[in-house]
Design a binder for this molecule. Structure first.
Ligand SMILES: Nc1nc2c(c(=O)[nH]1)N(C=O)[C@@H](CNc1ccc(C(=O)N[C@@H](CCC(=O)O)C(=O)O)cc1)CN2
Ligand SMILES: Nc1ncnc2c1ncn2[C@@H]1O[C@H](COP(=O)(O)OP(=O)(O)OP(=O)(O)O)[C@@H](O)[C@H]1O
Length: 195
C-alpha cells in the first residue's frame, strides 16, 4: 500500500495537471465567476479600506486572482503578494506601479518598500492544489503557507480563504498535523464557510 505522503504526491500531480489543462477560455470564465462568488459572499462585507489583503499571481494553472485584485484596488484596499522568506512567506505591497523580481520558482515578487508579516494581514487568499469540503487543503508541497500561518493563536489572525477551480475538489484529503485550517473556500461555483 502506498504511504500517505506518496498518495498525497500522486494526488498533487493529478490535480496540478487537471488545472493546467483548463483552456484560456475556461480560465477567464472561472476568474470572472470567482469574483461574482466573492462579491456575493459574507467575506466582501468584512473588508474595509483599512484591510490588508494577500493575493497571489497565478502560476501552474491556478485560478487567477486578477479580477479580485482589480476589485479590491477599486475599493482602495491594500493588496500584497507573497515573497519567499527562507521556508516561509512575507508579503510585499502590490500596486499598479510595482517593479518585479523573479523568485526561484519563476514567480514574480514585487520589489516593495512595504513588506509585512503574515500576521499583519487581515485576510489571505491561498492558491489551492486540492481541497475537500471539510477544509482539507493540498498546496504545492513546500509548506510555505503552513509555516507562515502556523501561529493561528495570534490576537487577530488573518482570515484564510482558499481559492480553487471546481475540478480541484476531492472527496477527502488526509489532514496533516501541520496543516493550517482554512476559514473558507471560494470556487467559481461556491463559497464554503468552514468554521
Ligand atoms: N502563485 C503562487 N505563488 C506562490 C505560491 C503558490 O503556490 N502559488 N507559493 C506557495 O507555496 C509560494 C511559492 N511556492 C512554490 C512551491 C513550489 C513551486 C513549484 O513549482 N515547484 C515545482 C518544482 C520547482 C523547482 O523545484 O524548481 C514542482 O513541484 O514541480 C512553486 C511555488 C509563494 N508564491
Ligand atoms: N509549521 C511547520 N513547521 C515545520 N515544517 C512544516 C510546517 N508546515 C509544513 N511543514 C513541512 O512542509 C512540508 C510540506 O507540507 P505540505 O505537503 O502540507 O505542503 P502544502 O500544504 O501542500 O504546501 P503550502 O503550505 O506551501 O501550500 C512537509 O514536509 C511538512 O513537514
Amino acid at each position: 500500500m502506498p504511504s500517505p505522503s506518496s498518495s498525497r504526491e500522486i494526488l498533487r500531480r493529478q490535480l496540478r495537471q487537471a488545472r493546467r489543462h483548463l483552456s484560456a477560455h475556461q480560465q477567464s470564465l472561472a476568474a470572472e465567476q470567482l469574483l461574482t462568488q466573492f462579491i456575493a459572499s459574507p467575506l466582501a462585507s468584512k473588508l474595509t479600506q483599512q484591510s490588508r489583503i494577500a493575493l497571489y499571481l497565478s502560476n501552474d494553472g491556478e485560478i487567477s486572482a486578477d479580477a479580485l485584485c482589480q476589485h479590491l484596488w477599486q475599493q482602495n484596499i491594500a493588496v500584497y503578494l507573497p515573497i519567499l522568506d527562507d521556508k516561509a512567506l512575507k508579503f510585499a505591497r502590490y500596486t499598479a506601479d510595482s517593479k518585479w523580481l523573479e523568485n526561484r520558482f519563476g514567480i514574480k515578487e514585487p520589489i516593495a518598500a512595504e513588506i509585512i508579516d503574515g500576521q499583519e494581514l487581515d485576510a489571505a487568499f491561498l492558491p489551492l492544489v486540492g481541497f475537500d469540503t471539510e477544509g482539507g487543503r493540498l498546496g504545492m508541497g513546500g509548506g510555505f503557507y503552513d509555516r507562515t500561518f502556523e501561529n493561528k493563536q495570534a490576537n487577530h489572525p488573518p482570515i484564510l480563504i482558499g481559492l480553487a477551480h471546481d475540478c480541484q475538489e476531492v472527496a477527502k484529503l488526509p489532514i496533516e498535523s501541520w496543516d493550517v485550517p482554512l476559514d473558507s473556500i471560494l470556487t467559481p461555483s461556491t463559497f464554503i464557510q468552514l468554521d
